[in-house]
Write a protein that binds this ligand. Structure first.
Ligand code: MN
Length: 334
């Protein structure tokens, strides 16, 4: 008899607000050339589906899929394409909307804060407001911000705030940066087919090798999509980092894989595929792998059905479906 978890928390679930969808539309028509990475959005327009914007539709979908709680993330690219002041204002608005959804249905919704990394001090303040006043559980950043990566020292206030507040940063995918986007888009590889994982794994490795976790040992980063494929390469990353004199060139206190195991947790968004999930649990430990569906971009019914079939014992299953999310994001439920 397969066991069923007491509760299912899905940890990378996209939402958006009409004002930001409209701002995408305006940006594309006036300044789209400034962001050549928005290949899919230029082709099809910004997504304005009811399932991204409508809370009641979402609750029906969650009921049908047997998802108790969604952790809401402003969908990619968030506010990261806009000018700093406008981005900061839109992030605050998205957070106010998400907080209202959580207040209306505290058992069904929790949220990560949207922030604008292009205004690092304001982003840190907004993270603090979101956590201390709105009860949010961390922040989401959609990989590069107009080609800038978070290992630049100017972004440090964001990590300093997250570490101080004891909340994770969810490093969510977006398209590869402008300098390389054509190499992907020529064959339609810029999105979830491969480009998202290539971009986001590069970003995560830049953070590790730049010494982020030596500067902030208490910081937790969360990666979706089974760790954006990094868990499969951890042994080789350590081996070649050491063999290429990494410790002299980019000195770290520990091996890259040790930070990955101790400072990074992963979710199964978009890939509830047992061979991949089993590998993550094997190399990262059952305490570091959490269920996610990636609503509304993936089929949440299929995600739950597949994950319920994973051959996990009752204890590991409870960690996977809710216990790890409760611990890592500080989500308390009763
Ligand atoms: Mn996602």
């Amino acid at each position: 008899m397969p066991t069923v978890p007491a509760r299912i928390i899905a940890t990378e679930e996209g939402f958006n607000v009409p004002e930001i969808v409209e701002a995408y539309r305006e940006f594309l028509s006036v300044r789209g050339h400034e962001e050549p990475t928005l290949v899919a959005m230029r082709r099809s327009g910004p997504p304005d589906w009811p399932r991204l914007l409508d809370m009641d539709q979402r609750l029906l979908d969650m009921d049908r899929a047997r998802i108790d709680t969604q952790l809401l993330l402003l969908s990619s690219p968030g506010v990261q394409i806009f000018d700093p002041a406008r981005a900061t204002e839109l992030a605050r608005h998205a957070n106010d909307v998400a907080a209202a959804w959580v207040r209306a249905h505290p058992a069904r919704f929790r949220a990560l804060a949207a922030i604008a990394p292009q205004a690092p001090d304001d982003a840190a303040s907004e993270l603090e407001r979101a956590v201390s006043q709105l009860g949010m559980h961390g922040a989401v950043i959609n990989s590069n911000t107009r080609g800038a990566y978070l290992d630049e020292p100017r972004f440090d206030p964001i990590f300093e705030a997250a570490e101080r507040l004891g909340v994770p940063i969810y490093l969510h995918p977006r398209e590869p940066a402008a300098g390389v986007i054509d190499l992907y888009s020529q064959w339609g590889l810029e999105t979830a087919v491969w480009g998202y994982a290539a971009e986001t794994s590069l970003h995560a490795l830049r953070l590790i090798i730049s010494g982020l976790f030596d500067r902030h040992p208490g910081l937790t980063l969360v990666l979706g999509h089974n760790g954006e494929n990094i868990p499969f390469a951890l042994d080789r990353i350590d081996n070649r980092y050491l063999a290429s004199r990494g410790m002299e060139r980019f000195p770290l206190k520990r091996r890259p894989s040790e930070y990955f195991r101790d400072n990074i947790a992963v979710t199964t968004s978009g890939s509830n595929w047992w061979p991949a999930v089993r590998h993550c649990i094997d190399v990262l430990g059952p305490q570091n792998v959490m269920f996610a569906a990636d609503y509304p971009f993936e089929d949440e019914d299929d995600a739950v059905a597949r994950a319920l079939d994973f051959p996990l014992g009752a204890t590991s299953q409870a960690m996977f479906f809710h216990g790890n999310a409760e611990r890592i994001f500080g989500i308390t439920t009763d």
